[in-house]
Design a protein around this ligand. Structure first.
Ligand code: PEP
Ligand code: MG
Length: 587
């Protein structure tokens, strides 16, 4: 039966494919595809983990004191039985051999299938055994995690034998896969970066949550905040993701499929048309040169930044080098090599490296989310985290200074609000230089800039300009903190409004102060990559935009058709209005 699930549109386009469910688990589970020659080893790995757990439970049973309640022994019996359950074992082997899922993913996928069967049982006692099954699976997952054999691989293959589909695609080897999950951390998302997935849907998340931002950088259709999507969709269901409308259609009829197939072809034609603008300089009708820069997460993204025709990197979110690591943080040499790759990758174009912005919805480790922070977005995040650990911060500063030998590097500091934070940061930068001098290690010159992403910063721009060479407006956080809404919370997503007059005033005020002192100001939040806001930002005087490489050509198209002399008075009217959205449609 066809039904649709609505969420928030985060990355444009249409994806049609079969659902791959990533079940949530209390244990941090790696999801990756194995190769066909790893199947036997993977099934074996799982068998061994189950055996270890089996022996563990047996030992527990033997060690039970004589006066232990009889239910306890019975419960352990149930666990032993479940560990030998054929349905579970066969199902898991199926996911591994047919789908080439790694053991952990196969186990959680089969848990999902069996758990649904438990849910449907009439008998209350049997229904409640689902919790036991979950516990047993969790034990096995922990065992697998402790004794991993395979290295996570990006998902790069198609399963060998697939159920034939009589839908649009006859050849199942080419059936695209669409990932459906309750939640994915930004680090998970990054792991899927080189994957085969044609689209993503998650139950939670806001439009500018970091998971959504990474999804957008993948340039594949994505919907977040789809509430119960992962509950309603089953493994293998056919789904359509409409990334423009923020909708997922499950089990579509042939007519709906044909309609979306048509839309998909239209979109690819449009992209092809836009790609012709790649080498066209971004100059407005009245001759204003506009700088279109790229936001990147990993050094390797420099290639897509160049391919999209960007004239540099305006924001390298360095925290992605720090996330999802099992143990230690990256050291100076590792960071230096990463920054150097980004700088060299940009072939002489400038690269703005932002110091680590860990915290809020970007935990260091996925499991850290289990820690209760009352208000993570207002807590020890970004520069606050860096200043709380000067040794870690200086390691990063030294690595960036050293990378500046290889090209034009700008240093960008996130989430500053206080003068004392600015002074501490600059003092640590001076100390990092002195350390390199003392060691006789070469480093290059840096322009130093601050992100304006806290209202307090946007209201004290002159102070920031007195310390920094340039400013970059982080509208994602500026909106979150000005409007007091969590950018990652889909329940308040409708209140996340870039056109709120308060936001427009803070942005315009920052640009105007920069212009007055002739210091560069750019916008690197999602507003910069939204073509429907390009004219307004141009009218406010913005001349530097940093965005996902995927957005550059669409924004360039608007730039090429704009006349800033006409946009300036119009933007002033929009700024004076209490309903800017209405006026926006009138240009
Ligand atoms: C922003 O806040 O607008 C920004 C660019 O930084 P991030 O999205 O990484 O918080
Ligand atoms: Mg930010």
């Amino acid at each position: 039966m066809t039904f649709s699930v609505h969420g928030l549109a985060v990355a444009r386009g249409i994806a049609i494919g079969r659902a791959v469910l990533v079940a949530s688990s209390r244990v941090d589970v790696a999801h990756y595809f194995i190769t066909t020659d790893q199947v036997v080893g993977e099934i074996d790995r799982l068998k061994r983990a189950k055996e270890v757990v089996f022996q563990e439970v047996q030992r527990l049973q033997l060690a039970l004191p004589k006066d232990a309640p009889t239910e306890l022994a019975a419960l352990l019996d149930v666990h032993l039985m479940l560990l030998q359950d054929e349905l579970l074992a066969e199902g898991v082997a199926h996911w591994i051999s047919e789908r080439l899922y790694n053991a952990e993913w196969a186990l959680t996928s089969q848990l999902e299938v069996v758990a649904r069967q438990f849910d449907e049982m009439e008998d209350l006692y049997l229904r409640e055994r689902k919790a036991d099954l979950e516990q047993v699976v969790e034990r096995v997952l922990r065992q697998l995690k402790g004794a991993p054999t395979g290295v996570p691989q990006p998902a790069v293959r198609r399963p060998g034998s697939q159920r034939q589909q009589d839908l649009l695609l006859e050849d199942t080897e080419d059936v695209p896969l669409v990932l459906v999950a309750h939640d994915l951390s930004p680090a998970d998302m990054l792991q899927f970066k080189q994957s085969v997935f044609a689209g993503f849907v998650t139950d939670v998340g806001g439009k500018t949550s970091h998971t959504a931002i990474v999804a957008r950088s993948l340039d594949i259709p994505a919907v977040v905040g789809a509430r119960n999507a992962s509950h309603w969709v089953k493994q293998d269901d056919w789904v359509i993701i409409d990334g423009d409308a923020g909708v997922m259609i499950v089990d579509p009829s042939p007519i709906v499929l044909a309609e979306y197939g048509f839309k998909q072809r239209q979109a690819s034609l449009e992209r092809e048309r836009l790609s012709r603008l790649r080498l066209t300089p971004a100059v407005t009708l009245d001759g204003q040169k506009i700088e279109l820069l790229a936001n990147i997460e990993m050094p390797e993204d420099a290639a897509s930044a160049l391919a999209a025709g960007s004239v540099g990197v305006g924001l390298f979110r360095s925290e992605f080098l720090f996330m999802g690591r099992a143990s230690h943080l990256p050291g100076e040499e590792e960071q230096y090599q990463a920054y150097r790759r980004a700088v060299e990758g940009m072939q002489g174009l400038p690269v703005t490296i932002r110091t680590v912005d860990i915290g809020a919805d970007k935990p260091l480790d996925r499991n850290v989310r289990e820690t209760v922070h009352l208000n993570p977005a207002l807590g020890l995040r970004a520069i606050r985290w860096s200043l709380a650990d000067p040794a870690m911060f200086m390691t990063q500063l030294r690595a960036i200074l050293r990378a500046a030998v290889h090209g034009q590097v700008n240093l960008l500091i996130p989430m500053l609000a206080h003068g004392k934070e600015i002074r501490q940061t600059l003092a640590l930068l001076a100390r990092a230089r002195a350390q390199l001098d003392a060691q006789g290690v070469a480093y290059g010159p840096l322009k130093v800039g601050a992100m304006i992403e806290i209202p307090a910063a946007a209201l004290t721009v002159p102070m920031f300009l007195s310390y920094f060479d340039f400013l970059s407006i982080g509208t994602n956080d500026l909106i979150q903190y000005t409007l007091a809404i969590d950018r990652a919370d889909e329940q308040v997503a409708d209140l996340y409004d870039p056109l709120h007059p308060a936001i427009l005033h803070l942005v315009a005020n920052t640009i105007a102060h920069g212009q007055a002192l002739d210091k560069p100001v750019s916008v690197c939040g999602e507003m910069a990559g939204d073509p429907s806001l390009t004219r307004l930002l141009l009218g406010m005087g913005l001349r530097s935009f940093s965005m996902h490489p995927t957005q550059i050509l669409a924004v360039k198209q608007v730039v090429l058709r704009s006349d800033t002399t006409r946009l300036k008075p119009w933007a002033e009217k929009v700024l004076a209005s209490d309903n800017p959205a209405e006026l926006l449609a009138s240009v």
